[in-house]
Design a protein around this ligand. Sequence first.
Ligand code: ZN
Length: 178
Amino acid sequence: MTVLNKSGSYDLNYCAQCGSDKIERKEVDGRQRAVCLSCGRVFYRNPIPSVVGISIINDKILLVKRGVEPDIGSWCLPGGFMELGETTEEAVKRELFEETGVKVKPVEIITIDTTIGGFYGDVVVIAYGIELESKNFIPGDDALDVQYFLYDNLPRLTFHSHRLIVDRAFEKSNAKNK
Ligand SMILES: [Zn+2]
């Protein structure tokens, strides 16, 4: 299987190692990859790791209303992409604070989902169960609103992966409460 970026090509015009513009697509280790013909460097591409926080209280799950594209105004799980130099737990804390204004503690991994070829390309979403320090929500720059929703009354979610994660989170939560 060949996995390219969404446009079906590589965005590289110049080699990051030697500056040459002789970049070509070649098969390396069974996949099409960008290779510099001058210095031989192979440009491997990898999925982007991201995190979301799951807070389920009284059968309601915490969601944020998106203030940024794609799909401004739709709802999704709070979270985002990891930054360099941080752990997954630190990423959850940072993203949740940025979007909801509340400090959280990641307590367990609920599930991990992989999206292939979505809006952001290939993304790994690590979903953490979290505990909140308070419920004094202050929506951040990227968020328009923060609310809890009943499972039976969920709004449409921006990302299909988030819907799958929400389903699994409620399954787990229900199993735990039985
Ligand atoms: Zn090169």
